[in-house]
Structure formats: structure tokens, C-alpha cells
Design a protein around this ligand. Structure first.
Ligand code: SF4
Length: 225
């Protein structure tokens, strides 16, 4: 999608809304930043940035002129690609799964082991397997904690996703989303925290199995390499 397909009449309001969203998010991040090196604090910062990203989508979507994003619950062609997660995202997803109780956790661990084993040594090109977190209906079972990689995937054509595995970079929206991801990387990178992404199932599995993973990350290492 090019910016030319944004409705002219809505552009002024859209820019005002984007600026307001940015201002609000940066105020929150400023308050959180430096409030301690705990996973909870870093996750809170991530949540502000995820919310900012979602807000951009809400702002831009009604401004599209004559085209519509095709993404919807149950359409999951993009969930068969190799997905990566940042270290903080893997730790957050593992913490989310850990809160579900022993039995579900054992089940997650088993399916992550199978996925991680499939993923080993595979590049984007030769990876074609449903994500562990996708249910039978094609919905994401960790939707609220899914990583940025999944949040910034948009499509204007379902067939292109199915056949060509194409990831659209959507003009202004793509730029805004890249800016958000870049902010995360820089923000945590300044604190020396690794922001090198790893394959989703391998990283989450490692975070689940290695109780020292969080400490390694805070000691400026990358437990997911
Ligand atoms: S985490 Fe969720 S959204 Fe991302 S690839 Fe897996 S099922 Fe799809």
C-alpha cells in the first residue's frame, strides 16, 4: 500500500492522532525507563510499545482509500513461516505459558520441542510448518503476547499470502511500525540488553526450560543463541 491510497480528507486528523499516540507512549516509557531492571518493568515497556503499534493500525485503517487489510482471525497463512522473537518477547511468552498450570505447560513444552526440532538449521526459505501457537481454527492461542514479528504482518491480498508468502510493507503504517520496533531495539540496547531475535519456538522453549535465562539476559548475555 502506498501513501497515495490514504484518503486526503483524513490525513490531517490522522497525523494529529499519530502525534498524540506518540506523545502519550513516550510519556509512559519515560516514566517506566530506569524504574528498575526487572522483567516486569521491561515487559511493561514492551506493552506500551505494542499498544502504540496497535493504535497506529487503528488510526491508519479507516484512512485507507478503496483498499482493505485482509487479515482476520482464522486466516493464518503467515503463521506457517519462520517467526522470530526478541529475547524479552520469548521471556514474556514463557512467563505467560508458565502461569497456565503444570498440565498445560507440559503440553506446551512437548509441542515446542517438536517445533524447535523442526526449526533447527532451517532458514526462512525452507520453513513451512504451522506455528505451535496456532489452534485448529487458525487462531493464535497467545494472541495477547504474540511477538512484534506477528503484529506487523499485514496483507492486502490473501492469495498472495497463501501462494507467495508475501509480507507487505504498508507505506506509512510500515514506517510507523518499523519506528516502534527500532525504538524497542534502541531503548533496550542502550541498557546493554540483547535484542538479537531468535526463532520463536526455540527461544520460548529455552526460556521455559532454563531458569537462568532471564538472569543471563539481564547480565547482558543472550540466552537464546
Ligand atoms: S505466535 Fe500467533 S500470530 Fe504469531 S505465528 Fe504463531 S500463531 Fe501466528
Amino acid at each position: 500500500m502506498e501513501d497515495s491510497i490514504l484518503k486526503e480528507a483524513t490525513k490531517e486528523q490522522m497525523v494529529a492522532d499519530i502525534n498524540a499516540a506518540l506523545e502519550g507512549a513516550f510519556e509512559q516509557i519515560h516514566a517506566l525507563h530506569g524504574a528498575g531492571s526487572t522483567l516486569a518493568n521491561k515487559v511493561e515497556i514492551m506493552e506500551v510499545l505494542y499498544a502504540l503499534n496497535d493504535r497506529f493500525l487503528d488510526i491508519v485503517r479507516p484512512c485507507l482509500d478503496g483498499v482493505a487489510l485482509q487479515c482476520r482471525k482464522g486466516c493464518a497463512h503467515c503463521c506457517e513461516f519462520r517467526v522470530e522473537a526478541l529475547p524479552v518477547e520469548a521471556l514474556r511468552i514463557a512467563a505467560h505459558l508458565g502461569r497456565q498450570g503444570d498440565e498445560p505447560l507440559a503440553e506446551w513444552t512437548r509441542s515446542l520441542e517438536a517445533q524447535a526440532s523442526y526449526a533447527r538449521g532451517r532458514s526462512e526459505k525452507d520453513y513451512q510448518r504451522k506455528c505451535t501457537f496456532m489452534d485448529q481454527e487458525g487462531a493464535c492461542r497467545i494472541y495477547e503476547v504474540r511477538p512484534f514479528k506477528c503484529r506487523v504482518y499485514h496483507s492486502l491480498d490473501e492469495e498472495s499470502c497463501r501462494v507467495h508468502r508475501k509480507n507487505y510493507k504498508i507505506g506509512l503504517l510500515g514506517q510507523l511500525e518499523s519506528m516502534v520496533v527500532q525504538s524497542v531495539v534502541e531503548l533496550f540496547g542502550q541498557a546493554g540488553l540483547s535484542m538479537v531475535p531468535g526463532e520463536l519456538s526455540q527461544s520460548v522453549l529455552k526460556a521455559l526450560k532454563d531458569p537462568g535465562a532471564e538472569a543471563v539476559w539481564f547480565a547482558r548475555g543472550n540466552p537464546f543463541r
